[in-house]
Write a protein that binds this ligand. Sequence first.
Ligand code: ADP
Ligand code: GLC
Length: 486
Amino acid sequence: MKIMMIASECVPYAKTGGLADVVGALPIALRALGHEVVVVMPKYGSINTAKYQIAPFLNQMCVWMGNAEEWCAVRTTTMDGIPVYFIEADKYFARPGLYHDDAFNDYGDNPRRFAFLTRAALQLARDTGFDADIVHAHDWQTALAAAYLKVWHWNDPTIGKAASVLTIHNVGYQGKYGAEHYDYIGLQWGNFTPDKLEDHGSVNFLKGGIQYADLVTTVSPTYADETRTPEYAHGMAPYLNDRGDNYIGILNGVDYTQWNPATDKLIPARYSAADLSGKAVCKLELQKRFLLDTDPDIPIVGVVSRFADQKGLDLLASSIEAIVNTMKVQFIILGSGDKGLEGFYGGLPARYGGRIGSYIGYDNALAHWIEAGSDFFIMPSRYEPCGLNQIYSLKYGTLPIVRNTGGLADTVEQYDEATGTGTGFKFWEPSAHAVYYAVGWVVSTYYDRRPHIVKMIQKAMAQDFSWKESARAYLAAYERAIANRG
Ligand code: ADP
Ligand code: GLC
């Protein structure tokens, strides 16, 4: 099968979240199963062309938008044998941020930037004769690929037969913008209707993708169920329900070449389930690095996260002081985003010296340290389409503490106090109280039922969420999309 993936992020070139991890790994897993995949993404200002040997490919490519003729260049490199194409249009992408400036203000021309990226990717397929069987779009940024294929390219000799798959990584981000952008987007005013692209007078990219794609997927079975309900769907429930069984959940895999304590070069010492001594070294180094009391017997709870409403870190913020005042436990927090939470978590080490460490920012190597050196990893998410960190945590023998939602529900097995089975700790209510009691339960288990913790670590580290199985599920989804297209 020939597959073109179009996305706004891809590891190792540009990343703000798990989307990039998925786009960087799924193509490689598909290729390993014998399929031909190319990836198309923007050439952001932050991408180092020398480091990744990104070479010129096309000096000029013309892209027709609804009311404008745009020109760009295309660069290319290979990622484990996968051709990756970078759309180079400096007026849109030569900026430090992917979606917003330093103050977290969205770029005002985001609808144009990502409509352009999407059209440019399809143009590239035509110009290079890449007769894709599948065009796979990710999130609102490239969701319009499905619409362009049906509205513009339905009889194109190269991509006219391509079926489209849209993967929703987060229904909370939809790309909803003023109708003044619609002429540029160029999907014909006849389609600016509530059953297609219009949303209360605005244009909604994700909604358009949901309506036009031959198959819609999301990143865990539980999130697929949740997003059929108004509580979780941010207004998309009617449209997702309309898709019936053409809306499915496929659990993400993770890339164990990057996230495996036995081979991880970014952590202070390597370890395995058979020999955990390296994990103790990682814990000690983590305590030293964050100026925590260097005591191997105090449990550390780690956080690595975007500070966004979705992640529920305000719930931890409201309970963490009560927790450290009443329990013998340490916290290490790495994250950035919401300015209020950055200020709060950034200020905790000064007030709780030796007990809480934090770093406000984005640091991949530090994320690995925290996964390796912590005993537990907390994700109090209000919603979590899949979540990758808890899956990394399992592999690092760092037991996840999660709210039972989305992919967290699908990947963590609840601890059973009677038998000591399970791989982590789940709570249900999205409240500071529930976080407090969950951590209390974890801490008491750590001190009073240590054999259970030992047993859970063994079970957690044996879990396998590698991409192979997920890639097979995507292939089955592609087959269905092709049948639907027919
Ligand atoms: P989301 O995509 O919603 O942010 P995921 O759990 O799917 O959540 O993926 C988050 C990814 O981003 C993980 O690979 C995690 O390690 C990484 N990450 C998030 N915040 C940071 C940070 N501040 N520093 C380093 N890595 C981070
Ligand atoms: C989104 C979701 C996250 C998921 C990631 C990759 O960013 O918030 O839960 O793991 O996409 O699919």
